[in-house]
Design a protein around this ligand. Structure first.
Ligand code: F6R
Ligand code: MG
Ligand code: MG
Length: 364
């Protein structure tokens, strides 16, 4: 059965501050998608949250980039924004950058990741959602899942994976893309994806079959009006088992926390902490950045699940490590490498301050 999985998300208001989503906002999302399912537009759906982001997980048969599905997501975010406004939540409607829907949600503020595929006999899906970081955060985990034999033993010993995977990489600054084949070209690829603020993995394909394996949201990566207007708080869909990495191989990269861009005011480096959905409540210095993972089996498009994958106690040590890393980064206060380099901060007063003191600089 041909099915499309769409994950579309937006921050439509935070509770309290930017730390969490209000239950009434999530309930409104659920109400809107239940109606769409009843009317036959959706096969199934699941509404959840990661921190202050409302997450719409939808299955349907209309393909990627479909206007009706994108309109449904937009209208749902608008309805949820009304709830947020009534509660005077913080930044109500903050990710709805356009005044009206115009055919496709891309470029309007929300983030989206979509993939269309033929549902397998058993179709295992993991959906990652992150808060207080940007899409480049998936670079290292995706590399480990699909190209690193120290993470994914299947690349070495499973015949149906031994042919490797192809990575589609976006150059955010130049708005162009390139595909690298792993394992043949990993050294070339790492030159680029090791710089995740500029080069971002958008999709991964199984080389022998050409099947889609993973796709991430990359909607807000472009520099809008010459400056960042918001870290993406990205999502990523990964297919699992059989010719794709096993669930445990897909989750394993998050057992060793890495430093990512985001955190307070989108302007800091901090550890990406894997947590359960209820624990996606970034409160310490508006962080540290969080990642959640929900798992589903698909049954003719029906979402059987979710399983809250990082609720597993086996990730306790990763959380402990992430907290230690958060402390070490916080020791640096307003200094790099905790604070981001000047041109990557979401907030900056540099132009005003420079203007004020410019005349006091003298040549050496
Ligand atoms: C980071 C984030 C928060 C806000 C901060 C200031 O992605 O969302 O750290 O940047 O709380 O928020 P405002 O400017 O809305 O008061
Ligand atoms: Mg927010
Ligand atoms: Mg957010």
């Amino acid at each position: 059965m041909g099915i499309t999985l769409s994950v579309i998300k937006a921050d439509v208001g935070g509770y309290v501050g930017h730390s969490e989503s209000h239950p009434d906002v999530i309930a409104k999302g659920d109400e809107c998608l239940a109606k769409a399912k009843k009317e036959g537009l959706l096969v199934d759906y699941h509404v959840t949250k990661c921190g202050d982001d409302l997450q719409l997980i939808m299955t349907h048969q209309h393909g990627e980039g479909d206007e009706q599905i994108h309109r449904l997501a937009w209208d749902t975010f608008c309805a949820a924004t009304e709830v947020a406004k009534k509660l005077k939540l913080h930044g109500a409607g903050q990710d709805l950058l356009a005044d009206a829907f115009s055919g496709n949600i891309k470029g309007l503020g929300p983030g989206s990741a979509e993939m269309e595929f033929e549902e397998r006999e058993a179709e295992t899906i993991i959906i990652f959602m992150a808060d207080k970081t940007s899409a480049g955060a998936w670079n290292m985990p995706l590399y480990k899942m699909f190209a690193d034999p120290f993470n994914t033993i299947g690349l070495v010993i499973a015949e149906n994976m031994h042919g490797g995977f192809a990575f589609e990489v976006l150059d955010v600054k130049e708005s162009r893309k390139i595909t690298f084949n792993a394992p043949d070209e990993i050294y070339d690829m790492l030159v680029f994806i090791g710089a995740p603020s500029r080069y971002v993995i958008r999709a991964v394909y199984h080389r022998d079959t050409g099947e889609i394996a993973a796709v991430s949201s990359t909607d807000k990566l472009a520099l809008i009006a010459g400056r960042y207007v918001g870290k993406d708080d990205p999502v990523c869909i990964v297919r699992s088992q059989g010719q794709f990495p096993a669930v445990g191989e897909i989750l394993e990269p998050f057992a060793t926390p890495i430093l990512v861009e985001g955190w307070m005011r989108g302007s800091h480096m901090g550890p990406l902490m894997p947590v359960s959905i209820p624990d996606s409540t970034p409160s310490r210095f508006d962080g540290p950045p969080r990642v959640v993972a929900v798992g589903f089996q698909l049954a003719d498009g029906r979402l059987v699940g979710p399983r809250d994958m990082f609720a597993d106690k086996a990730f306790n040590l990763a959380r402990h490590d992430a907290n230690l890393m958060a402390n070490i980064m916080r020791h640096h206060g307003p200094f790099e490498p905790h604070r981001l380099p000047l041109d990557e901060m979401e907030y900056t007063t540099m132009p005003q301050v420079m203007k004020k003191v410019e005349g006091r600089f003298t040549d050496l």
